[in-house]
Design a protein around this ligand. Structure first.
Ligand code: THU
Length: 133
């Protein structure tokens, strides 16, 4: 699977975003080391704090099925209907990714038309991890 394929999968997952409160639609596509693909969207709630981000939906789907080794994640997000969406992962999602992924884990941001790869370490320097406990 190419980076572009992964971005396209994130864009497709974005269509399922349940975001009636923010109208900010996010899709994520997580590629495992074993080559499996897990997608996710943001799922909002009238009790706002119960909202789940797209990235965590994808990670939790994968981990709940026994997959904990990941290659890369693509994230496509922006206001509903926006043609050039961009969404960087929130702090909580970065921390969840850091639980399972190495510093070199790749995070693709933008849209299928224009995207850039970052490492987890670039987006979450000085991460708090199990090694700190
Ligand atoms: N959101 C995500 O799904 N991922 C992020 O990393 C940033 C924010 C969602 C949560 C909420 O449904 C909406 O975007 C606005 O914050």
């Amino acid at each position: 699977m190419t980076d572009l394929d992964l971005m396209q999968a994130a864009q497709d997952a974005r269509k399922f975003s349940y975001s009636p409160y923010s109208n900010f639609c996010v899709g994520a596509a997580l590629l495992t080391k074993s080559g499996k693909l897990y997608t996710g969207c943001n799922i909002e709630n009238a009790g706002y704090s119960a909202t789940n981000c797209a990235e965590r939906t994808a990670v939790f789907k994968a981990v709940s099925e026994g997959e904990t080794a990941f290659e890369a994640i693509a994230i496509v997000g922006g206001r509903a209907g926006e043609t050039a969406p961009f969404c960087a992962p929130c702090g909580v999602c970065r921390q969840v990714l850091a639980e399972f992924c190495p510093k070199t884990f790749r995070i693709l941001l933008g849209s299928p038309k224009s995207f850039r790869a970052y490492t987890l370490e670039e987006l979450l320097p000085f991460a708090f991890s199990s090694e700190d406990l």
